[in-house]
Design a protein around this ligand. Structure first.
Ligand SMILES: Cc1cc2nc3c(=O)[nH]c(=O)nc-3n(C[C@H](O)[C@H](O)[C@H](O)COP(=O)(O)O)c2cc1C
Length: 235
């Protein structure tokens, strides 16, 4: 059975818009026979990496010198074939998520390579992750707003010699709900997110049309901007 680890970096955890998109995505993966372990970065106590000499590369390769909840994550990460990084856009990432990403270093081989004009590493032989992908929600209108988080996850994949398996992104995600309930557009996006998870496991890749359904505009840009600007308290 294919194994995956999903890390949700939203500080709002289960109550957040990122979970609203990630939950059906994971369900689709499970329906296709994948075993998915889900973690919330904000529930884990993960220190920021403060190691001056790259202990996990040059002192004791594969071992982190810090002792905290990363010890709960490393074993399933070594077993997983797919890594899903789920996050809201926070110009660019919530701090807890960045800490987790930085602490992935012990999973990499210390041997540097020069590939396509870039200094790269690769996952250690005991790490099975071959695909990394992004699931992300944002508040603003345009898809370009996800470029930075997408770049971060793509860079991580390329650094680790894993395949970047795509970006499942949902701009103005809060518009999927009205008065706390999913709209019909919201329901269609949830169904597409589930389909995307299934496609990833069954076909090895997510169909472009499925991604487009998930990220399509739900409102004209000027209307969304007016909604936000009307929230500004009057002096
Ligand atoms: C500190 C902060 C920064 C944010 N920055 C952006 C941003 O740059 N672009 C964007 O589209 N949304 C931004 N947002 C909105 C969130 O990304 C958006 O509401 C997201 O769907 C929240 O997901 P969550 O409920 O899972 O936390 C920001 C929100 C916060 C609190």
């Amino acid at each position: 059975m294919t194994k995956a680890v999903a890390i949700n970096g939203s500080p709002r955890k289960q109550a957040g818009d990122t979970a609203m998109l990630l939950t059906p995505f994971i369900q689709g993966m499970k329906d296709a026979g994948c075993d998915v372990d889900l973690f919330y970065a904000a529930e884990l106590k993960v220190k920021s990496c403060n190691c001056p000499n790259m202990y996990c590369w040059y002192k004791k390769p594969g071992n982190c010198c810090l002792k905290d909840d990363m010890d709960l994550l490393y074993p399933p990460l070594r077993e997983a074939e797919i890594l899903i990084l789920a996050t809201p856009v926070y110009v660019p990432l919530p701090g807890e998520m960045q800490n987790v990403i930085n602490r992935l270093c012990p999973l990499m081989e210390p041997l540097l390579e020069f590939r396509d004009d870039r200094t790269r590493a690769r996952f250690r032989k005991d790490v099975k992750i071959s695909k990394i992908l992004l699931v992300s929600t944002g508040g603003w209108w345009e898809k370009g707003n996800f470029d930075t988080v997408t770049r971060i996850v793509r860079e991580l994949a390329e650094d680790a010699s894993a395949q970047f398996a795509g970006a499942v992104i949902r701009p103005h995600a809060f518009m999927m709900k009205q008065d706390g309930k999913l709209t019909s557009d919201g329901e269609a996006i949830i169904a597409a997110a589930k389909k995307a998870g299934k496609e990833l496991v069954q076909d090895g890749a997510i169909n472009h049309e499925t991604l487009d359904t998930i990220s399509r505009p739900l409102i004209p840009e000027s209307e969304l901007r007016n909604i936000y600007n009307s929230l500004i308290p009057q002096q």
